[in-house]
Design a protein around this ligand. Sequence first.
Ligand code: PRP
Ligand code: MG
Length: 165
Amino acid sequence: MSLPDKAFPVSWDQFHRDARALAWRLAGLNKNFRAIVCITRGGLVPAAIISRELNIRLIETVCVASYHDYSTQGEMDLLKGITPELLTDGGEGVLVVDDLTDTGKTAAQVRTMLPKAHFACVYAKPTGVPTIDTFITEVSQDTWIYFPWDMGFTYQEPIAKGHRG
Ligand SMILES: O=P(O)(O)OC[C@H]1O[C@H](OP(=O)(O)OP(=O)(O)O)[C@H](O)[C@@H]1O
Ligand SMILES: [Mg+2]
């Protein structure tokens, strides 16, 4: 995959707002989640916000990586699996959190471990939407989402000179 045409930069403020909106939506489900499994590394940030809002204190990680080269997806590496105590009942009552779904491959991989868990992410692209139960904002497939933890302050070209953001 080459870098998509459009850029969707997200500030810390906006991310906090959108993650909190996700927490509101999850709270409305009245599911009383027993634990969060966050998909590292991107899921760590929304998991911190959601765990605070929903008062969920049992937090587990599943460590997978597939974007080894910036925007190019490769093999799915499982670096750390999920504790057996959360795998019982197919993960019923477990909330899986990630920052976004793109192709849906990451969520599909974790779904094989926790088929009955509830999957939530802040942002979603159309191909990934079927793999997720709850999300907040959908962006087009040809958009790259730039998260605040990957960014720094740099000069921006004016739009008229070909600026992408
Ligand atoms: O739906 P997909 O096409 O599978 O892509 C979505 C995944 O890609 C990114 O993680 P990445 O593998 O880059 O690792 P990171 O969270 O450590 O940055 C993102 O945080 C999601 O977990
Ligand atoms: Mg990730």
